[in-house]
Design a protein around this ligand. Structure first.
Ligand SMILES: [Zn+2]
Length: 186
């Protein structure tokens, strides 16, 4: 175990609060429920944790066990990140800000996991599967997550975060909607 991968997901896409994500990760998604589900209900995927926008943290898989969250991926030259990573999904999408409570709960969870496991890096799904995945997406404020960890007294964990994220002067705009496309970080 060496890596934590941060994701974002919403089901149906861009809709929040429903049971779709929980159903997907427990293999109970109903293909009749939504046209999009027909194409994905047979996927055997899972994540260790899911942080809802309401501040609920749900654990699906013991972090000592493998979950199927990263797919074809590589990190520091090692393929198949599922073999050595913990996957944390945030309820969110590529086009809307995340909730402040999600950053706070994610920081708490990272602090806990880094105490229990020898974590060497924290990164995004798009960083281990570039070109194939975009999550957690341009609205995810990596700098804000770093500052949450520093506020918890965990600068050593903040230092494990690999994506640089948006410049600090743009971060406030990542919490509002919409922000100017010209300000969108790479
Ligand atoms: Zn993902």
């Amino acid at each position: 175990m060496g890596l934590i991968v941060i994701h974002a997901i919403s089901l149906p896409p861009n809709r929040f609060g429903g049971p779709g994500v929980t159903q997907l990760f427990t293999n109970t998604l109903d293909p009749q429920e939504h046209p999009y589900y027909a194409g994905i209900h047979q996927l055997r995927v899972s994540a260790h944790f899911f942080i809802r926008r309401t501040g609920e943290v749900i654990q699906f898989v013991d972090p000592q066990m493998r979950a199927w969250h990263a797919g074809a991926s590589s990190w520091r030259g090692r393929e198949r990140c599922n073999d050595f990573s913990i996957g944390i999904e945030l309820e969110g999408c590529d086009t809307l800000p995340f909730e402040a409570v999600q950053y706070e709960l994610l920081a708490d969870l990272l602090a806990d996991l880094c105490e229990r496991f020898p974590i060497e890096g924290i990164t995004g799904h798009s960083d281990v599967a570039p070109g194939r995945k975009t999550d957690p997406g341009p609205y995810f404020a990596w700098g804000r997550l770093r500052r949450c960890l520093e506020a918890l007294g965990c600068p050593q964990i903040a230092a494990l975060i690999e994506p640089k994220g948006a410049p600090e002067e743009l971060e406030a705009s990542l919490m509002t909607w919409p922000f100017p496309v010209s300000g969108r970080p790479d």
